[in-house]
Ligand binder design. Structure first.
Ligand code: NDP
Length: 288
């Protein structure tokens, strides 16, 4: 099963695009399972399916909410990460929301994570210059050496604005925001006029309620476009995403890592907490 940053938002009792988790009720979320019994057409015992009732060992899943997984040599868990919801988020956010164009310089935060690592590689595959940030030197090495970004830095390492200026001396055209806060502000400083921001996530603020200060005046002066998006509105792009990114993953042109925690549902809460602290590189999943 997947543990994902958005689950943190479902633990707050406030109105959002998904309802809060219910007190005393099991949590839910993306999972890969094996069919043990089915009366539905098209599903047989032993089939592997992607569904939304994680955080438990067994589930009764309506057939319309299960998708058969055709892994074809790729580990099934990839359908929770690089070829699943986070992968589609990267694809839609970069191509449809930020409208990646030839020659754009792209900066993505959370670049060693499930979404960010694919954002950078899609941009790289399209020939764009890509800068990534992450929370440790090991992650920076991974981004540069394995993922093939052009530049990367650890956001704990001094002034973020300076690090970004060093990595992209001529400024940036697109900021793919996974974290918000100081990195968002630094990105506004580095963006060119008419730059674009894909507002994907704001993980730096998920565990505190303080409002991030936003240098909006600068954003206005630069005529920036900022566009928020929620991946569930873009299911129509799944086929194009899998057709384009699937072969890159199979051929090894796009690389991905997973951080796999064993121990089933009992290990899942700690895995989720560790995700929010940056213990993962690539997609964090829990194996049952
Ligand atoms: P990741 O695999 O990137 O895991 C989360 C990472 O966030 C951690 O590994 C950690 O990496 C980083 N992080 C934690 N705290 C901070 C902090 N204070 N400042 C900066 N980075 C921090 O998760 P995903 O790829 O699944 O998700 C990335 C973002 O995309 C999240 O904000 C998520 O909510 C969002 N999202 C949005 C969707 C949408 O539809 N709009 C859909 C899916 C995801 P590090 O060590 O580098 O700090």
């Amino acid at each position: 099963m997947s543990v994902d940053p958005y689950m943190r938002g479902r633990m707050n009792d406030r109105k959002s695009y998904v309802p809060p988790f219910g007190l005393g009720e099991p949590l839910e979320g993306g999972a890969i399972g094996e069919v043990v019994a089915s009366n539905a057409d098209g599903f047989a015992e032993g089939d592997v399916v992607l569904h939304g009732l994680g955080w438990r060992e067994y589930a009764v899943v309506p057939a319309m909410h299960a998708q058969k997984v055709d892994a074809d040599g790729i580990p099934e868990s990839a359908f929770l990460g690089v070829l699943g919801m986070p992968g589609l988020t990267a694809y839609v956010g970069l191509l449809d929301i930020a409208e990646l164009r030839e020659g754009d310089v792209v900066f993505v935060s959370g670049a060693a994570g499930a979404v960010g690592s694919l954002v950078g590689q899609i941009a790289r595959e399209r020939g764009n210059y890509v800068v990534g940030s992450a929370g440790s030197q090991q992650k920076v090495d991974y981004i540069l050496d394995e993922l093939g970004f052009d530049a990367a830095f650890d956001y704990h390492d001094g002034s973020i604005s300076e690090r970004l200026r060093h990595a992209a001396p001529n400024g940036i055209d697109i900021y793919f925001d996974n974290v918000g806060g100081e990195q968002f502000e630094a990105a506004i400083g580095a963006l060119h006029q008419h730059g674009r921001i894909a507002l994907c996530g704001a993980i730096s603020s998920y565990n505190n309620d303080e409002k991030a200060a936003v240098p909006l005046i600068v954003a206005i002066g630069k005529r920036l476009t900022m566009r928020g998006f929620i991946v569930r509105d873009h299911g129509d792009r799944r086929e194009a995403f899998l057709n384009e990114v699937g072969p890159w993953v199979r051929e090894g042109r796009v690389k991905y890592r997973e951080t796999i925690v064993d121990g089933g549902v009992e290990a899942a809460p700690q895995a989720f907490i560790d995700l929010l602290r940056g213990a993962n590189t690539g997609k964090m999943v829990v194996r049952f």
